[in-house]
Design a protein around this ligand. Sequence first.
Ligand code: ADE
Length: 247
Amino acid sequence: MRIDVLTAFPKILQDPLDESILKQARSRIGLEIHLRDIRDYATDKHRTIDDTPYGGGPGMVFKPEPLFDALEAIFRQTGDRTDARVIFPSPQGRLFSQEIAQEFAEIPHLVFICGHYKGIDQRVIDTWVSDELSIGDYVLSGGEIPALLMIDGIVRLIPGAINDLASAQTDSFQDGLLDCPYYTRPESYRGMAVPEVLLSGHHQKIAEWRLAQRIEHTRIKRPDLYQQFLEKEKEQLKKKSDAKQKK
Ligand code: ADE
């Protein structure tokens, strides 16, 4: 898998990509992450990459030429335009989710375009962008942190990227429920005891307790997800009883 990131601020991304799971993934699965400074594709001596918006108004807009040139340079190198996805992090996009992370973990080439200020020239979006994605209903100063957040969420789901994919697969949201609480030694700390069932060694009871905790936590903390969970359960029950009746 290969990820290219176009940014005017590569330093924001460099250190986080060189740490922890992202670093591990780069060596374990041969994930290549290429940071490309948009300024390297500017053509004037001041390395200008943005300009004022047509029609007036505050803020600056990224010019199309350096971004077109940078994207063409990437795809000249890889030649795989057809199975690549070009992502533009933006508050106008569809909301990034675990489902989207899972989908992108199976794509061999991802390109992120990090905008700043008012955004980027619409012609770049119209020509190149396959996915405009938001990380939430708030505005950050640029696309670097959203891109980093999405890269982290995606990369950890690639088989082999982290020690224990099974652990990633039991994460919150992977099946629409939040995760359960976890405890480690000591058994009792400052008068707070670990739930008995976790010490019992009884695998089925532990699994039942964990599922019950996940359902209860979801009901209390995220009633919206809990409703979706109930509806899915209802659907599955109905499918089962329909299948039985056919027999
Ligand atoms: N850029 C600025 N704000 C953003 C957001 N909420 N999501 C994605 N990209 C952004």
